[in-house]
Design a protein around this ligand. Structure first.
Ligand code: IMP
Ligand code: MG
Length: 178
């Protein structure tokens, strides 16, 4: 009847991870033309916290991609619902994603940014579930490696709920909802 949440990553750990990532990014992208591109909706909180710790000039943009997980898991068809609004040609794109699971979503956005003529494209993800990978992907900046559990909070949702929680939780989903 009730969705059971268990604390997985407390907010202070998230803060520490973001400081570390932002420090690396600030160093690596100094003197380059950084465009941070968040994947909506899941990355909105991560993006907001990350860019505020980055100490070099940057531009912020977002894309929205369709989720394939409503009944079409086998086809993995990903569609771009909303494209970037900034010209990224010859710029250095950093894709900001909440969590890498199969790898299809981030790879799709990576390819799209390359096709648009970005000079470089790299991925920054808050969390990674490597045991779920179905397509190879290079994550240049990673917050946490997590087990194969469904997680919510800090932007991540189940059924569009729980995004507002400041910490990250694992959720046990009732069969009734699954
Ligand atoms: P991928 O294409 O399989 O890598 O899926 C990545 C997307 O699935 C992420 O952008 C998330 O929106 C979603 N996702 C994957 N695992 C979780 C999870 O544990 N909680 C919430 N969303 C997830
Ligand atoms: Mg997402």
């Amino acid at each position: 009847m009730k969705d059971h949440l268990s604390l997985l990553i407390p907010r202070h750990d998230i803060e520490r991870a973001i400081s570390r990532l932002a420090g690396q990014i600030s160093e690596d992208y100094r003197g380059r033309q950084l465009v941070a591109v968040g994947i909506l909706k899941g990355a909105f909180i991560f993006m907001a916290d990350l860019v505020r710790q980055i100490e070099i000039p940057l531009e912020v943009d977002f894309v929205t991609v369709s989720s394939y997980d409503s009944g079409s898991e086998s086809s993995r068809r990903i569609r771009l619902l909303q494209d970037m609004t900034i010209q990224v040609k010859d710029k250095d794109v950093l894709i900001v994603e909440d969590i890498i699971d199969s790898g299809y979503t981030a790879n799709y956005v990576l390819r799209h940014a390359k096709d648009t003529g970005a000079r470089s494209v790299a991925i920054c993800a808050l969390a990674d579930k490597p045991s779920r990978r179905e397509t190879p992907i290079e994550i240049a900046y990673l917050g946490f490696t997590i087990p194969d559990k469904f997680v919510v909070g800090y932007g991540l949702d189940f059924d569009n709920k729980f995004r507002h929680l400041p910490d990250i939780y694992t959720i046990e989903i009732d069969d009734e909802h699954a």
